[in-house]
Design a protein around this ligand. Structure first.
Ligand code: ADP
Ligand code: AMP
Length: 220
């Protein structure tokens, strides 16, 4: 399946994409994760994007589209893919259509996780991530077994710099202005699947599987 997951920052895209990646056995490709990896390793790309990300703005389309064009050519995408955090502008969505067209591929569906802003603020400000492997937790909704430490690698959890409240407000504004129009874009293409993202992690995941028509034992 060739899929993307759409929604506000903090809606639960990464959490659901991680679970779907395991269930559907397709790569989870998050532009945010790729940018953070590059910032952490102080690469040329990391140095270019750091300021935009820390201020809650979007990285310029040219950088983001080139990055995704390369990523989609990797052989693991032949079995399908799940994009998370890309596209984030109409221009990026049009570029994605053109890239897939060139590769003779098609997007099957855009899953839209709908979550109201009040819930978003609570989710983002409570988010903690592993400094080593990037796994995501929530201090209340999805806490680690040992406080402040990753269940997978035992390394410390931190709050992302852009998850502090002041930047969150800016990111939400950016989302409503630049990314939300994609809901209509994919609706017009007949590819939009709307999911109410307000339930628990498990119930939202089950709803996504249901709406995709995936049965309990598929892909096992
Ligand atoms: P996004 O990738 O959309 O920015 P995340 O997947 O990182 O969002 O989720 C944001 C925060 O909300 C994380 O701390 C995550 O553990 C938590 N979370 C995700 N989905 C749910 C849910 N359905 N109910 C409650 N908390 C959730
Ligand atoms: P995320 O991890 O998806 O919340 O992304 C973190 C930040 O990375 C965003 O606030 C943007 O600054 C940047 N970013 C991620 N994906 C994109 C994209 N598709 N276009 C532009 N900027 C992006």
């Amino acid at each position: 399946m060739n899929l993307l997951i759409l929604g506000a920052p903090g809606a639960g895209k990464g959490t659901m994409a991680q679970m779907l990646q395991e269930k559907l056995n397709i790569p989870h490709i998050s532009t945010g994760d790729i940018f953070r990896y590059n910032i952490k390793n102080d690469t040329e790309l990391g140095r270019k994007v750091k300021q935009y990300i820390e201020s809650g703005a979007l990285v310029p389309d040219s950088l983001t589209v080139d990055l995704m064009k390369d990523r989609l050519q990797k052989p693991d995408c032949l079995k399908g893919f799940l994009l998370d955090g890309f596209p984030r502008t109409i221009n990026q969505a049009e570029s994605l259509d053109a890239i897939l067209d060139e590769m003779n591929l098609n997007l099957d569906n855009a899953i839209y996780l709908e979550v109201p802003d009040e819930v978003i603020i609570e989710r983002i400000t409570g988010r903690r991530v592993c400094t080593e492997c990037g796994k995501t937790y929530h201090i209340k909704n999805n806490p680690p077994i040992r406080e402040g430490l990753c269940d997978v690698c035992g390394k410390p959890l931190i709050q992302r710099e852009d998850d502090k409240e002041a930047t969150v407000i800016k990111r939400l504004e950016t989302y409503h202005r630049q990314t939300e129009p994609l809901v209509a874009y994919y609706k017009n293409q007949g590819k939009l699947l709307v999911v109410n993202g307000e339930g628990s992690i498990d119930s939202v995941f089950q709803e996504i599987l249901r709406i995709l028509g995936v049965q309990e034992n598929d892909f096992n």
